[in-house]
Write a protein that binds this ligand. Structure first.
Ligand code: CA
Ligand code: CA
Ligand code: CA
Length: 358
């Protein structure tokens, strides 16, 4: 049995080698340019994350990319168009086939693209850059990704369209010297984020045993307040407006208030995927009797766990109440809460280009 594959290889080796060449004859010849299209979102509040068309062309040593979104980019949030490139057109090499990622990025994660600058003089929409990630072999003979700028032209925005270019040489460097075709996947990520709210809490008294019901009327502790008009109008259900912390003998409680309702009612969309996520960090301070904990609440969920579990959360109309188990003797905590919305629209088919095509 052990010898059978070897025997097969010996007998049919030449045929196996010939097979890929035969298979390639049936494929359409790759060109220097191509176009991908993508359907529209069915959710009106996801339109700013809706990618509709991507085209690319190899010309004068550059790969020129054009992304068309459903809406003008100025109306939206941070946009990242990422190409995951299989430089040698070989799915067996690289990470899931890919050797190089190239990204064109526009906007700020912390403000809508149309916002006026609050510090510095660059408007969010004018903040454009071009970056790459590529694989390198470490001294321990394992692969890791490095990230930095790539030569080319950072994104230029024109209404609903963003154009950027990067050097073809980078693709060829990771490519197969006998092949000029490469393929890639295109995904568009739109995102925004509310900065962490922080509160240091001392369990100096008996505290207040709070019932998690999504209502914040029994809360009386100090409010760490935050503006409620920071995120895009469609994503205000994830815009934090305040944090309070309290405790009982067995639990530490944290509640955040949100600018608008809609967190628990968030529904998945078949085109623009993703949801808001509110992350709670509980950091016990010195002397430490328990470990730090990080837990997430995802949009679309109304509850997480139950009152006796290490983490319990209940989403109300414009609140998320959470509680963590408290160890006996643990007297001080730092609580951090942040909010992220990351949406992704992925083109269903890959693009194949031939750098040498006529
Ligand atoms: Ca789409
Ligand atoms: Ca590859
Ligand atoms: Ca806020």
């Amino acid at each position: 049995m052990i010898y059978a594959p070897l025997l097969t290889a010996v007998l049919f080796g030449p045929l196996v080698v010939a097979a890929p060449a035969m298979a390639q004859q049936g494929e359409p010849a790759a060109a220097r340019s191509g176009k991908l299209t993508d359907g529209p979102t069915g959710t009106p509040t996801r339109v700013h994350g809706d990618a509709r068309e991507f085209s690319a062309e190899v010309k004068d040593g550059m790969v020129h990319c054009t992304l068309k979104m459903a809406k003008p980019l100025i109306e939206g949030i941070f946009v990242c168009c990422e190409l995951r490139i299989d430089c040698d057109n070989n799915p067996k090499t690289g990470d899931a086939g890919d050797e190089l990622y190239v990204r064109g990025l526009v906007g700020s994660r912390f403000q809508p693209n149309g916002a006026a600058p609050t510090n510095g003089s660059t408007k969010p929409i004018e903040f454009a850059r071009l970056s790459q990630s590529y694989r390198v072999l470490t001294v321990r003979n394992t692969w890791t990704w490095l990230m930095n700028d790539i030569d080319g032209t950072p994104p230029v925005v024109d209404g609903d369209t963003m154009r950027f270019s990067f050097v073809l040489a980078r693709v060829r460097e990771f490519g197969d010297r006998y092949k000029s075709t490469f393929t890639f996947d295109v995904r568009v990520t739109t995102s925004c984020s509310d900065q962490p709210l922080e509160r240091v809490h001392s369990c100096a008294d008996e505290g207040l045993a709070i019932t998690l019901d999504g209502k914040d009327d029994e809360w009386s502790g100090i409010l760490v307040a935050d503006p409620g008009d920071e995120l895009h109008p469609h994503l205000r259900c994830a815009d934090l407006t305040g944090l309070r912390v309290d405790h009982s003998a067995e639990r530490v409680f944290a509640t955040v208030t949100l600018a608008e309702a809609g967190f628990a009612a968030w529904r998945q969309d078949n085109d623009v995927q993703g949801a808001p996520v509110v992350t709670f960090h509980l950091e016990p301070m010195y002397p430490r009797y328990q470990d730090p904990v990080t837990r997430e609440m995802r949009g679309g969920l109304a509850t997480h766990g139950t009152a006796n579990l290490p983490f319990h959360a209940v989403v109300g109309e414009k609140t998320i109440e959470a509680s963590f188990a408290r160890k006996t003797g643990q007297g001080r905590y730092r609580v951090l809460v942040r909010s992220d919305v990351e949406l992704e629209d992925r083109f269903t088919s890959r693009m194949t280009l031939d750098a040498e095509a006529k």
